[in-house]
Design a protein around this ligand. Structure first.
Ligand code: DGL
Length: 270
């Protein structure tokens, strides 16, 4: 098979990257996709940099073995920790996430921007650089959300516990008068209906899923790697292959719910 007809490998610590995969599949429906949820090692946000980096390398090796033509790191935490090393090691395009601070700052009228992210993303040099670049243009209020990824991985998208957790994370941002809220973790769009209920209609929620899909398209096109195939919607189940390193029976119902279709992931054996 020609390289341009090969798959794109997309991964996250768990199901969060499905929020990015949705944008990728909507804008590039003729691309074959592999999605890896590294469920056995989730959450990345409280793991050491060494462990996250080594998982990223193993998953990228796996994608290369599958013949992938590009890799999308659909996880802000993994991007912050490992994207540079991935780009050094592989000569295919590697696209990473970045919290959408720039568009939020540029469009904020109040000049107050809230950011929700994992502790590891917030502690990373990459995130500190982002803050330095844009922190003078608006007041950035950064909030770590311990426990929130785990709630989402348990499928608790709208329970009392998730609500009270979000309320406590969002209260200081609302008190500061934010008018833009950046979702700096790919899991968080799955609780945006609940976030919306808490923050009301006036605050704009910004995430990076759409921008990443556009960047992927740009890089595939620039490298002559856009697929020329015409994948019928009925063939979709064969064109998107799901994998998980966790317990498939546990992961399957949540993946199916979040992807919106019955989805049985294959077992990742490392
Ligand atoms: N979806 C990942 C991110 O964007 C989740 C991190 C985690 O596993 O803690 O950062």
């Amino acid at each position: 098979m020609e390289l341009k007809e090969q798959s794109i490998g997309v991964f996250d610590s768990g199901v969060g990257g499905l929020s990015v995969l949705t944008h990728i599949h909507a804008s590039l429906p003729d691309e074959r996709l592999h999605y890896v949820a590294d469920s056995a090692y989730m959450p990345y946000g409280c793991k050491s940099d060494q462990l996250v980096e080594s998982r990223c390398m193993s998953i990228a090796d796996f994608f290369v073995e599958q013949g992938c033509k590009a890799i999308v790191v659909a996880c802000n935490t993994a991007t912050a920790v490992a994207v540079q090393q991935l780009r050094l090691k592989y000569d295919i395009p590697v696209i990473g996430m970045e919290p959408a601070v720039k568009p939020a700052v540029n469009s904020s009228r109040a000049g107050v921007v809230g950011v929700l992210a994992t502790s590891a993303t917030i502690a990373s040099d990459k995130f500190k650089q982002l803050g330095l670049r844009h922190g003078s243009e608006a007041r950035l209020i950064v909030q770590a959300c311990p426990g929130l990824v785990e709630q989402i991985e348990m499928g608790e998208l709208n329970t009392a516990k998730t609500r009270s957790m979000l309320q406590s994370y969002l209260d200081p941002l609302m008190q500061a008068g934010m008018d833009r809220l950046v979702l700096g973790c790919t899991h968080y769009p799955f609780v945006s209906p609940l976030i919306r209920e808490i923050i009301g209609e006036e605050v704009t929620i910004v995430d990076s899923g759409d921008a990443i899909a556009r960047e992927l398209e740009r890089q595939l096109s620039a490298n002559g790697l856009l697929s020329l195939a015409n994948i019928d919607a009925q063939d979709e189940s064969a064109s998107i292959v799901f994998w998980s390193s966790g317990d498939i029976q546990k992961v399957e119902p949540l993946m199916s719910k979040l992807w919106g279709k019955a989805t049985v992931p294959n077992q990742l054996l490392f």
